[in-house]
Design a binder for this molecule. Sequence first.
Ligand SMILES: [Zn+2]
Length: 245
Amino acid sequence: MNSVAIIWHQILWIFEVKLLITRKLKMKKVLKNVSFVFLLLKMCLIFGQETSAQKRIVIDVGHGGKDSGAIGVNGIQEKDVVLNIANAILKFNSTAEKPLGIYLTRYTDTLISLSDRTKLGKALKADLFVSLHCNHSDNPNARGVEVYVSNQRSMFLDEAIWFGFQLQADLNEKLGFESRGVRLANFLVLRETIDFMPSVLLELGFLSNEDEGSYLLKPESLDSLASVIWECLIKNLDGYERIGD
Ligand SMILES: [Zn+2]
């Protein structure tokens, strides 16, 4: 984790504690705290050690806290699977020669609102927003990887779709995941980011499927998934110009 990410993690923690306290008081105070967080965030960007050429990616770690997301056939919870994958991505990134600027929307088992997740992407002027999830279906045979992009028009939509197809191809080739296609959806995290950056929501296998559920239970599988995602980020973002600043 680089220094900016550590500071961001601390800010999130302070923010959560403050929010908890002020929720019991008045709404006005909550709003004040939100602007306080973004002031701190700006400061940490100024004092961070990120280089200007470094691509910035926000990884939105789905669910968290009391929202467990989908529950697997074997009892594993979506919120834990995606947090472990995100942390493994950070680990690969931290040992890379040319690391990306990766920021998570949560670093712990805590619930962040959907709109705060997208605000982080916008405040950081991210080059890409990637929301991590796992799928669930009543059909126990449903399996594979789905990628969702916003159904709104945007200059960033082509890049989002391209990244989605690339990632599916890599997960298929390297790990044997079936590709279920790139689909259009009106999810809030996509809708509120696509005007500012390419954004995708990944459904990384079905927790309701016996095979994929037991695959996602193993820490080494999550490392493999993280490694393919990280390599795909590097491969695709290398050619991108920084959009922000
Ligand atoms: Zn989910």
